[in-house]
Design a protein around this ligand. Structure first.
Ligand code: DQA
Length: 169
């Protein structure tokens, strides 16, 4: 079946991210997950793209969500939370579906405890954005859309999101 032209993004939030807004604001900021999801939807719409957001505290559910993205999503934006540092299963799921993924962290994981410096999942992603609080998600959204557009261009397909305002000069 030919893929539709509108770019579709699956956003996945891992464990404890449902508590954003009250959870360790010094690391994660004060914005709630609902606010982040609403802003992602708004920004996606502004670029003519579609976004679906989901959160789970359960590793297997995140794996199911990654598997279900196959056939729908053109790219995945994922914050695997603590599973970034432990989950071979989520890493394998990203490999299995072969959908380009962008990893997101609200905090700068490299400025924190040593056990957070390694991400098992990041190595299977196109790239990682870490340390910009909720902006990390918005940067990841743009990165994912830009990535899909440039892949489509290189395959000769029309890219279909609205152009971003770019500085001239
Ligand atoms: C996090 C960083 C992880 O180390 C931590 O376990 C999280 C959130 C972040 O967004 O900064 O739950 O992924």
């Amino acid at each position: 079946m030919p893929r539709s032209i509108t770019i579709k993004l699956q956003v996945l939030h891992g464990p404890n991210l449902n508590l954003l807004g009250t959870r360790e604001p010094a690391h994660y900021g004060a914005t709630t997950l609902a606010e982040i999801d609403a802003e992602l939807a708004r920004r996606a719409r502004a670029r003519g793209a579609e976004v679906r957001c989901a959160q789970s505290n359960i590793e297997g559910e995140l794996i199911d969500l990654i598997q279900r993205a196959r056939g729908w999503a053109d790219a995945i934006v994922i914050n695997p939370g603590a599973y970034s540092h432990t989950s071979v299963g989520i890493r394998d799921a990203i490999d299995a579906v072969a959908i380009p993924a962008i990893e997101v962290h609200l905090s700068n994981i490299y400025a924190r405890e040593a056990f957070r410096h390694e991400s098992l999942t990041a190595a299977r992603c196109v790239g990682v954005i870490s340390g910009f609080r909720e902006q990390s998600y918005y940067l990841a959204l743009d990165a994912a859309l830009d990535h899909v557009e440039s892949t489509r261009r290189s395959h000769g397909q029309a890219a279909q999101t609205k152009p971003r305002n770019r500085r001239r000069g």
